[in-house]
Design a protein around this ligand. Sequence first.
Ligand SMILES: Cc1cc2nc3c(=O)[nH]c(=O)nc-3n(C[C@H](O)[C@H](O)[C@H](O)COP(=O)(O)OP(=O)(O)OC[C@H]3O[C@@H](n4cnc5c(N)ncnc54)[C@H](O)[C@@H]3O)c2cc1C
Length: 433
Amino acid sequence: MLVEELAHRLAQHGRRVTLFEGADQLGGLASPWTIGDCVWDRHYHVTLLSDRFLRALLTELGLEKEMEWVETRTGFYTDGRLISMSNTMEFLRFPPLRLIDKFRLGLTILYASRVKQWRRLERVLVEDWLTRWSGRHTFDRIWLPLLRSKLGESYRQTSAAFIWATIARLYEARRSGLKKEMFGYVPGGYARILKRYAEVLEEEGVDVRLRQATRRVEPGADGQVLVESAEGTVEKFDQVVITAPAPVAAQICPRLSPDEKARLEGVRYQGILCASFLLREPLSQFYVTNITEPWVPFTGVIEMSTLVNRRHFGGHALVYLPKYVAPDDPAFDLSDAEIEEQFLSALCRMYPSFRREHVVAFRLSRVRYVFALTTLNYSDRLPPLTTSLPGIHIVNSAHVLNGTLNVNATLRLAESAASGLISEARQALLPAD
Ligand SMILES: Cc1cc2nc3c(=O)[nH]c(=O)nc-3n(C[C@H](O)[C@H](O)[C@H](O)COP(=O)(O)OP(=O)(O)OC[C@H]3O[C@@H](n4cnc5c(N)ncnc54)[C@H](O)[C@@H]3O)c2cc1C
């Protein structure tokens, strides 16, 4: 959504914008696909009441008033059992922890939600910080499986800013949601949002080029920037903003300085294998089920149909099973059928009422670059938005510093990058002193 928002804001400021998208549709990670007879998001997406930038965009697109807001529940799969953890009473009863552990865990979450000087947390490893606040027992029983589920073994290099950002986002959602976990969606999902967004971009005169991957971006002889497509056509522009993931940006921009390249290539990413299952019967009443059992081959269960009315899915249940992995994880080489079999076997073991015959449709999404890992002192090593090459800028989700990866943070980043570009262009037009 970064490139769309950047184009939208620049066009609103009177700039002539051309948008190159390698895929056959807009939206990137938020784009839709067809599963069974339904069209829905390729990856699970919810909106929080506190998602100010996203809700403002949806208002502009005329869709905010249609949003459905639903109170959801959270579960834990731990010690071979499915446990509800949706309110304070359930938290106090949560079996794997002693009362003192729960007290310290509650304190950790409360403290993290109050931290304002988050940059200090970039200097501490998440393991050290959580162990100090919650204790070793709670770290091993709860935090470690949760960290591993999102970060794999890279949790060892991740700073405490990661857990701070995650807690801050969820806490914010509850703060503005009458202390309840309220999530929202637009009926029709991101397919509807992106269709309307594409119409608005067209009305604003943005030249959207789908299926046009960019192979190379470099300064031309006359002060303009050359953009070469994968097919070899070259076009000239005054300014170019690259929004692809950091390693891709380094590749398509070969004339960057060695330091800029090293910074881009030094950003470590986490990827995903995300399975979607359309089922005849729901699995549970939980939107998210966190998993603390190491044998489960996926890292969480997201039951979209506990939030979105099942009529959007032809009366079926839509369940996502994400597996977050490093970009070079061998799991990327497994076939769809192998992954489906692994995941189905685990579902049979976890949910006694689940039957393989319940599966109506299955699809698997593979993405190598999903989010940048917030390693120690991450923000000090980030590449700047404006490069040493005249007219070439790089901005991508790795520049989301004080938040988790979500559409709201992406839009905020795009808006601030657009204002930066506009004021930079104005400065360039000012007469020299
Ligand atoms: C499993 C999952 C769950 C999520 N859940 C939520 C959620 O609940 N709520 C929420 O708000 N957000 C959620 N998100 C995050 C949200 O999808 C992302 O924040 C957002 O889509 C990031 O947008 P982006 O534009 O920065 O990157 P991307 O979506 O990765 O877009 C990058 C685009 O660049 C294109 N591209 C790459 N290389 C080239 C090239 N050489 N030439 C041309 N085009 C190129 C790609 O095709 C792609 O379209 C989720 C993401 C995932 C993966």
